[in-house]
Write a protein that binds this ligand. Structure first.
Ligand SMILES: [Zn+2]
Ligand SMILES: [Zn+2]
Length: 75
């Protein structure tokens, strides 16, 4: 019998209703990494990335774009 609402838990054990924008695992506010996913100031959208995807620049597309932009300033 499974009638109770099931909450997903982050890898650290904290219950959360937010999911990683890249891999869709539950990620809590203590662990997520916020990334602004918009260049339009009027429609700013925020992506949430788990610690693993934060490190994975192939999944964290916006982080990589930011990095490329940063690199181009010095080259
Ligand atoms: Zn993730
Ligand atoms: Zn967590």
């Amino acid at each position: 019998m499974q009638t109770a609402k099931k909450y997903d838990a982050c890898a650290c054990g904290v219950r959360t209703e937010t999911y990683c924008s890249a891999c869709c695992i539950p990620v809590c506010r203590y662990c997520w990494h916020l990334e602004v996913c918009s260049v339009d100031p009027n429609t700013v959208s925020i992506g949430y990335y788990c610690p693993k995807c934060k490190e994975n620049e192939q999944k964290n597309v916006w982080g990589k774009l930011y990095w490329d932009q940063l690199v181009s300033l010095f080259t």
